[in-house]
Design a protein around this ligand. Structure first.
Ligand SMILES: NC(=O)c1ccc[n+]([C@@H]2O[C@H](COP(=O)([O-])OP(=O)(O)OC[C@H]3O[C@@H](n4cnc5c(N)ncnc54)[C@H](O)[C@@H]3O)[C@@H](O)[C@H]2O)c1
Ligand SMILES: O[C@H]1[C@H](O)[C@@H](O)[C@H](O)[C@@H](O)[C@H]1O
Length: 342
């Protein structure tokens, strides 16, 4: 591992970028935040001013090219990820790119191919649930084999509310993409077909938005998963997952760590949003990225995982439009890696 701290630049400093900048400064070892960039230059300057020695850069591509930046954390909107990740690859910089890797499977495949051409792994994708202590324990239990083979997974994913600009297809591409990654990871298998159904929408969703949605995945090895995604639930941030195996089942996300009784009521607290529920997961994710980058490696979800998830969501958006099951179209791994393991 390099003895020097990793000098990190953050691209996009909205909700997630600002949250990651705070964690890089206050909670992550072996990294120095050196630059932030956002087309909203006032927002970037305001964030940079909160910390010592952090500069605000107008053009994200200048930050990526910067000689004082060793590695880049991308937290811009998904539609600019392709250009920015490709620039990072061109400059040989380790990159943590927030999900989704890109907007569709063709562009994600271009990223996989560019990384392959660069000759070394550079990209980690921000599927932070893999770093959540509860999900990690679930994965450990399933992989131990003690419960037998995993048969089914049931996911629930609810946000309190989203902006009216968050349309039906974004529920698939931006929200369901987490369940896609979780299922690929838990089953250790690809999703072969996806069907996305929608009941009559909630009156709390914007006009024309199909919310909630229910997705069904059929895994290549015969497993199956259901996922409810409901982004205007009005309740809070609820993420639950139950894995059903041959001799037992595992549930996470019940949120029962603190149970309070008062004023004729009992219960616990429901988190506001992802930053609250997954704070420890983001910390572990970014720490793993920093550590691996200093070793010249990639930890956690790879560009291939980002591509596979995007390919499933591309099929999912087609299913949402047609109401029919759609087979996921993916390039063969061997065609890209020639039998390698990444
Ligand atoms: N892992 C998670 O749980 C999680 C949670 C929320 C968001 N995300 C992802 O993080 C990313 C950012 O989401 P957010 O919620 O922070 O959005 P946001 O809208 O709060 O912030 C996005 C920021 O990017 C800036 N931006 C716009 N165009 C840009 C460009 N070309 N280059 C750089 N910055 C640009 C905007 O000005 C804004 O400040 C998205 O990819 C989103 O899917 C992940
Ligand atoms: O971009 C966000 C983020 O990925 C959250 O984790 C998810 O719960 C939201 O639904 C999505 O919009």
């Amino acid at each position: 591992m390099s003895a020097a701290p990793l000098r990190v630049g953050v691209v996009g400093v909205g909700l997630m970028g600002a949250d990651h900048a705070e964690r890089l400064v206050h909670r992550i070892a072996g990294a120095d935040l050196v630059a932030v960039s956002d087309p909203d230059t006032a927002r970037a300057a305001e964030l940079a001013d909160r910390f010592d020695g952090v500069r605000a850069v107008g053009d994200p591509l200048d930050l990526i090219a910067g000689e004082d930046v060793d590695a880049v954390l991308i937290a811009s909107p998904g539609f600019v990820h392709e250009e920015q990740v490709l620039a990072c690859v061109e400059h040989g910089k380790p990159t943590l790119c927030e999900k989704p890797l890109t907007m569709d499977s063709e562009s994600s495949l271009r990223v996989v191919q560019a990384e392959r051409k660069a000759g070394r792994p550079l990209i980690q994708v921000g599927f932070m649930r893999r770093f959540d202590p509860e999900y990690a324990e679930m994965k450990r239990l399933i992989d131990s084999g003690d419960l037998g083979r995993i048969l089914l997974v049931h996911n629930t994913h609810r946000n309190r509310s989203v902006a009216d600009s968050f349309r039906s297809e974004m529920i698939v591409r931006d929200s369901l993409v987490h369940e896609v990654d979780v299922c690929r990871w838990l089953f250790g298998d690809e999703i072969e077909t996806i069907t996305v159904h929608a009941p009559k929408p909630t009156g709390e969703a914007a006009e024309g938005v199909l919310d909630p949605q229910v997705a069904i995945f059929r895994m290549a090895g015969g497993g199956m998963a259901t996922s409810e995604v409901f982004v205007n639930s009005q309740v809070g941030y609820e993420v639950r997952c139950e894995a059903v195996a041959e001799r037992g089942n595992v549930t996470i996300g019940l949120g029962q760590s603190v149970f309070v009784r008062r004023a004729n009521q009992y219960g616990g607290r429901i988190p506001d949003d992802f930053r609250d529920r997954f704070a420890r997961a983001y910390d572990a994710e970014v720490q793993a990225w920093v550590d691996a980058s200093r070793r010249g490696e990639v930890a956690g979800p790879t560009a291939w995982d980002g591509y596979a998830a995007t390919a499933v969501c591309t099929a999912g958006m087609e299913s949402l439009a047609t109401g029919r099951p759609v087979t996921v179209a993916m390039a063969g791994r061997a065609d890209i890696f020639g039998g390698g393991d990444r």
